[in-house]
Design a protein around this ligand. Structure first.
Ligand SMILES: Cc1cc2nc3c(=O)[nH]c(=O)nc-3n(C[C@H](O)[C@H](O)[C@H](O)COP(=O)(O)OP(=O)(O)OC[C@H]3O[C@@H](n4cnc5c(N)ncnc54)[C@H](O)[C@@H]3O)c2cc1C
Length: 408
């Protein structure tokens, strides 16, 4: 048992901190205010190796690990607590990895080097208007017409729509669509690497709009209206009818990084509250930290964050055992508990942290000048559903704990 990062991991952490301290910390509020991550920042993050970290170098990735990806996500969450840049980073690490694992050589060769260099956004398009939790009930359909799949239906609450379709020349999603019958439930779904924009052109048969969200404004959340958008069979990921399983594996990996980013944002909020508790003086010039009603909740949060952080890195370490070190006897299924547990715990810990930090600040936190509100609305996206509802995390943990046959 060793609770330290390796030398390589420490050096990576120092280098990302140095980069983000200079390039992201000074602009995170303006990213939230202007609804935009600057393109030059995305490109420079690409050059610095923030994207496709676990994807092998020969496929255009960084040849790293999930621990390194979690370190990057945590630090980006700390330096942009509104989470926009963190969401951008974590999506472009987890979903490209699924393409690397299960995509055709042609699709991988085309898309992964673009993602790794920052020129292409690659996220997940699963959720539909009738409900995101019931993935087996998804209805967007894809049917083969003259050798090409045509996709019909609506995807909603999709992250990165503006970034993929307006900001960059290349962008797309791992798109889940029904190639079988609705009665087939999860067995009727197929995953596609849907590159909706290539070389500056958006595919035919796709309309989109951006939703007016309450937070994490720097990354867009939008709707994809698919009206016969074409996808060639070479973009199928993992085989026809395997989409559900591919998506579940991808969600496991993405949730580790979501959890890491939440911990980064929570660390920032706690630091802000600690500074404020030292500086704010009341009742004959006493720092408010001298009141146990203020200091004890902060102490509790420090412990909660540390506990959640250990869980997150245990999940990342488990992912590395499976995918990077390929240890015999450890299977993707073994990750389900840790991935769901780390998202469940980290998101609820960051939510509590913001609640307490904002109370510690008092009224100032209810203004934009107080900054904390931007972070609170960012992490709230994960409390209400993004990357899987918190109840679904409980469902997965309960299934692993009690047995899938009992928990339905
Ligand atoms: C900011 C943001 C960005 C997002 N980005 C993406 C994206 O990039 N790609 C994408 O595909 N999706 C994305 N989503 C959607 C997200 O995946 C869904 O919000 C999530 O899957 C939940 O679906 P839903 O919101 O439709 O809620 P529903 O599935 O309708 O659930 C509503 C409520 O019912 C509860 N519930 C549902 N089923 C059960 C059950 N069996 N047991 C107990 N409780 C249950 C849930 O916990 C939830 O509280 C994003 C969401 C947000 C908020």
């Amino acid at each position: 048992m060793d609770f330290t990062f390796t030398r390589e991991e420490e050096l990576f952490r120092e280098s990302v901190r140095e980069f983000l301290g200079k390039r992201l910390s000074p602009v995170w509020e303006s990213i939230d205010e202007k609804n935009l991550i600057p393109l030059d920042l995305i490109m420079d993050m690409g050059s610095q190796g923030f994207f496709a970290i676990p994807v092998p170098e020969e496929y255009g990735g960084q040849g790293g690990s999930f621990t390194l990806a979690a370190i990057a996500a945590e630090e980006v969450g700390y330096h942009d607590p509104s989470m926009a840049t963190a969401v951008y980073t974590l999506l472009n690490n987890s979903w490209p990895y699924i393409l690397y694992l299960y995509g055709s050589e042609e699709a991988k060769g085309e898309i992964l080097p673009l993602v790794g260099s920052g020129r292409c956004f690659f996220g997940i398009a699963s959720t539909e208007p009738q409900g995101g939790s019931d993935i087996a009930g998804l209805r967007v359909s894809a049917s083969l017409e003259d050798g090409v799949y045509r996709v019909y239906g609506e995807k909603i609450y999709i992250s990165g729509v503006r970034e993929a379709l307006e900001q960059l020349d290349y962008g797309g999603w791992l798109l889940l669509a029904r190639t079988g019958r609705l009665e087939d439930r999860h067995r009727g779904l197929t995953a596609f690497a849907f590159t909706a924009k290539r070389g500056g052109s958006i595919v035919d048969g796709l309309e989109y709009n951006i939703l007016d969200t309450i937070g994490r404004h720097g990354i867009s959340t939008g709707v994809l209206n698919l009206k016969g958008a074409p996808i060639e069979p070479k973009y199928i990921v993992g085989g026809e009818g395997r989409g559900f399983y591919i998506a579940m594996e991808g969600f496991n990996l993405a949730r580790i990084l979501v959890a890491a980013a939440n911990i980064g944002s929570a660390r920032w909020a706690l630091e802000e509250a600690v500074k404020w508790s030292r500086d704010r003086r009341l009742f004959e010039e006493r720092p408010i930290a001298s009141f146990q009603g203020v200091s004890f909740p902060l102490a509790e949060l420090a412990v909660e964050i540390e506990a959640a952080r250990l869980l997150v890195y245990k999940a990342a370490w488990t992912a590395d055992r499976i995918y990077v070190r390929k240890e015999p006897g450890v299977k993707p299924r073994d990750l389900a508990f840790y991935a769901a547990a780390s998202k469940m715990k980290a998101v609820e810990t960051s939510f509590k942290t913001y609640e307490t930090a904002m109370k510690t600040f008092g009224a100032l936190s209810y203004t934009k000048e107080g900054k904390l509100g931007r972070g609170f609305l960012g992490i709230l996206s994960y409390m209400v559903g993004a990357e899987g509802a918190q109840n679904i995390m409980r469902y997965i943990v309960a299934s692993e704990l009690i047995g899938r046959e009992y928990v339905r």
